[in-house]
Design a protein around this ligand. Sequence first.
Ligand code: GAF
Length: 389
Amino acid sequence: MRDTEDLRSRFRARFGNKGRPLRAFFAPGRVNLIGEHTDYNDGFVLPVALELGVTVIAAPRDDRRIRVHSQDLGQTAELDLDRPGPGKTGRWLDYIEGVAHMVDSRIQELRGADLLVAGDVPRGAGLSSSAAIEIATGFALLSLAGASVDRVALALAGQAAEHGFVGTRCGIMDQLVSTCADARSALLIDCRSLTTEPVPLPGGPFSILVTDTRKRHALASSEYNTRRAECERGVELLRAALPEVRALRDVTLEAFERHVSLLPEPILRRVRHVVTENARTLTAVDALRRGDVAAVGVLFVASHRSLQHDYEVSCPELDALVDLAIAQPGVHGARMTGGGFGGSTVSLVDESAQGAVMAAVREGYRRRFGVEPGFLVTHGGAGAREIDG
Ligand code: GAF
């Protein structure tokens, strides 16, 4: 989290506070432990919120305009809540404008605000910096309007902003973990009912190590939308034999195997990934509750192979990071995390081996790609909140 005192003085220098109280809000990014590309199939996911995220310093205005300054990009922009733009400009402002418009039209009429936004989640690293911007901004605007924050409604408004203003038909995982996470816990989300359940991380001496390929996920949006359409096609085809199926969540492994002949390539492999990944996620929750980190690690590797070969959303950089990590003693498992095509991996590592694992992965990756990977360790952060001044 960024130093809020420093951000408050930057806010005053930019906007002046004109006697207005300044309030500070924070929402985290996330790393997904397991349950990848299952959320938009009504399935299960198990993300962890990071200690890193987006901080918003906010003060109310008397009109319906939003002036916003991005501290990280050094850019300022202005929006009118009564005249939302079309979005999809590819700029950071799409997230702000999108969430402001969705909250205003779906949850609560907003008042104008001056906002200073600053983040510390590496952008494009597959750690959901965009959900953190949406949720921190939406939380701030709702709080300035005097509303108590309905966390599920806010997550849905963030997702609607992505669909309507950004152009990615994302699932609900990133927004929901950013609003609802508990510290030191993973969050099991049932993406059909939108119920969430914290799963405490075992207290033992192991680390959740995130490794950034430093390859920005350029293809992500178009390929993401293609995968989603392929899953929808899989549902249509399976409904010929299984009319009760509403989403791939409803397809068991046995039913999939029985009706596999209905599915042409590559739909067959896309469906197989989702069906097996849902099962792996629920198995991982049980293993985590027993403190069986080794069993979770095995599921991580199976998840990665499925994403690599069946769902085809990995890339050579992600595969190399996984292979380098799992070759090291003290690593229980590793997999890509997030949408794919770049971004980061997540590994479960014995704490005592962490330094040696990072050194070996750094060296192997640099030799192959000429780039240093980025590392971060998380113990699980808490969801969106107001920060005391
Ligand atoms: C991205 C999306 F935003 C999520 O909703 C999820 O589908 C993820 O990719 C893949 O699991 O982060």
